[in-house]
Ligand binder design. Structure first.
Ligand code: MTE
Ligand code: MO
Length: 166
């Protein structure tokens, strides 16, 4: 964990007040507290994390709740095939096909401890296998289910890369 780079934490992040909202094309919009999620089916994954900037953090152990369970609880409508994962740092949002999002973990813990806010706590998206570093959304706060690809709202790559030199 110490080898993950530290990016500045946005001051909008308040772990105490944190909730996860599931909105959009769902039968049952949901709002979860951290404790609600911890009580759901848990998942874990150990993986390296590679950033396009050229650094790697090895052997990170993420624990949390599977997005599959979170989505099932909200019951996406027929034909809803996309998810837009919103973060707490302004307009940062990443679009993912719902089937891929279902394979992801919403990480609440890292290496045996609550996920530090420096690394996206209270909750961060962790995708299995090949993925782009900007898809690992830190400070996840809302999961918007959509029936079409949200092209212009997907700001993750552009914002992440604009912060590289900052
Ligand atoms: N909300 C949010 N998530 C984000 C980013 C960001 O700027 N905001 N940067 C992404 C990029 S490019 C990388 S490499 C990792 C960095 O994670 P770290 O700060 O834990 O090292 O977070 C990703 N997730
Ligand atoms: Mo990155």
């Amino acid at each position: 964990m110490a080898s993950l780079e530290r990016h500045p934490v946005p001051d909008t992040v308040d772990p105490e007040a944190w909730r996860l909202d599931v909105t959009g094309a769902v039968e049952r919009p949901r709002r979860f507290a951290r404790s609600d999620l911890l009580a759901m089916a848990t998942g874990a994954v150990t993986d390296d994390f590679d950033c396009v900037e050229g650094w790697t953090a090895s052997d990170l152990r993420w624990e949390g709740v599977s997005l599959d369970a979170v989505l099932d609880a909200a019951r996406p409508r027929d034909g809803a095939a996309w998810g837009l994962v919103h973060a707490m740092d302004g307009d940062y949002a990443c679009a993912l096909v719902l089937d891929r999002l279902r394979t992801a973990l919403l990480a609440l813990r890292l290496d045996g401890a609550p996920l530090p806010v420096e690394h996206g706590g209270p909750a961060r998206l962790v995708l299995p296998g090949d993925s782009d570093c900007w898809e690992s959304v830190k400070w996840v706060t809302r999961l918007e289910v959509l029936d079409r690809e949200p092209r212009h709202a997907d700001t993750a790559q552009a914002l992440a890369l604009s912060r590289v030199d900052g």
